[in-house]
Design a protein around this ligand. Structure first.
Ligand code: NAP
Length: 299
């Protein structure tokens, strides 16, 4: 790490909790790699103090912030503007210092697209996607996929009305066909013939409940499918393991996490960091620090 001096810029993560986060490791790795004179710290923050914290951090000139659960929506009223990506999903995960205040962006969706492009050359354009979940992550990912030209996105969620609302929102963003189905539709084996990409955006299967999985019939998946899980703790969820054993290509949430962080770093510093080899380092670190009783994936 470069020596800290009077010019060192401060960056940080706001969330509650943040003790589990891999972001300080990732962002400080980018700083070292690009010889950027900055340091990145994790700040645990209670919801009631978000406005006060943002005012203070801005006054001190803290150059850039990541925002994680549960503050991605809470920060919005305190920002001076929002990127199209942050507007489309109604949440910000990256804040950039400007003289007027913090400007909010969302790199989650673009991070997933970059990860899938790097790993498999996957492109959203023309893709037919079965998306499980309709929470915050689903909004970011589906908006990015729709804006990048996905042909169809079918949303399956436990709360049917949330799936319907998200399908309407996607349809209003682009020419992507969007439909919503109840969770029970996943039992219909013919459903899997209509889609090439299956993405789990729910938290089902996340440590410490890694023995659970969304009710996908993985025996219906094969070589023509790409199975994606946004969860990265564990690095291979039960859903991904069964999909892999059925012959599908798989991608864990670690690639998305790496690329959302790389995009945030580029927004703050104007420099694109090197991502090659970092996913394996993140995985090794996750395995080392994961405490199965308390570990929670960041998102
Ligand atoms: P969220 O807003 O709380 O949404 C959770 C989603 O999971 C909802 O669709 C919810 O369904 C569904 N769900 C939860 N428990 C369920 C259950 N028992 N059965 C069926 N569905 C269930 O959370 P989020 O922010 O979208 O995050 C979701 C996941 O994405 C987390 O695991 C998070 O770590 C991960 N994530 C990863 C990254 C990354 O960089 N890799 C980034 C962001 C998020 P209902 O609507 O019916 O409640």
């Amino acid at each position: 790490m470069r020596e800290i001096d009077a010019e060192t810029a401060l960056f940080g993560l706001l969330g509650d909790p943040v003790g589990h986060s891999l972001s300080p490791f990732l962002q400080n790795t980018f700083m070292r790699q690009t010889d950027y004179n900055g340091v990145y710290l994790a700040f645990p923050l209670k919801k009631a103090r978000v406005g006060e914290a943002l005012r203070g951090l801005h006054a001190l000139g803290v150059r850039g912030l990541n925002v994680t659960l549960p503050h991605k929506e809470t920060v919005l009223p305190y920002l001076c503007g929002l990127s199209a990506a942050a507007q489309a999903c109604g949440a910000a995960n990256t804040l950039i210092w400007t003289p007027e205040g913090y400007y909010g962006d969302n790199t989650d969706g673009a991070g997933l697209l970059a990860a899938l492009a790097e790993k498999y050359g996957w492109q959203a354009s023309g893709a037919r996607i079965l998306l499980l979940g309709a929470g915050g992550a689903a909004k970011g990912v589906s908006a990015a996929m729709a804006l990048a030209g996905a042909e169809e996105i079918c949303i399956v969620n436990r709360s049917a009305e949330k799936a319907e609302r998200l399908a309407e929102q996607i349809a209003s963003l682009s020419g992507t066909r969007a439909r919503a189905l109840p969770l029970s539709a996943l039992a219909d084996g013919t459903l899997y013939e209509s889609y090439d990409t299956v993405v789990n955006t729910t938290s089902v299967g996340m440590a410490p409940r890694a023995d659970e999985m969304p009710p996908v019939d993985c025996s219906r998946l094969g070589a023509r499918h790409l199975a994606v899980d946004l969860i990265y703790n564990p690095p291979e969820t039960k859903f991904l393991r069964l999909a892999r054993l059925s012959g599908a290509r798989t991608a864990s949430g670690l690639g998305m996490f790496l690329h959302q962080g790389a995009l945030a770093f580029a927004r703050w510093t104007g420099t694109e960091p090197e991502t090659a080899g970092l996913e394996a380092q993140l995985e090794a670190r996750l395995r080392r620090v994961a405490n199965p009783d308390s570990a929670r994936s960041e998102g």
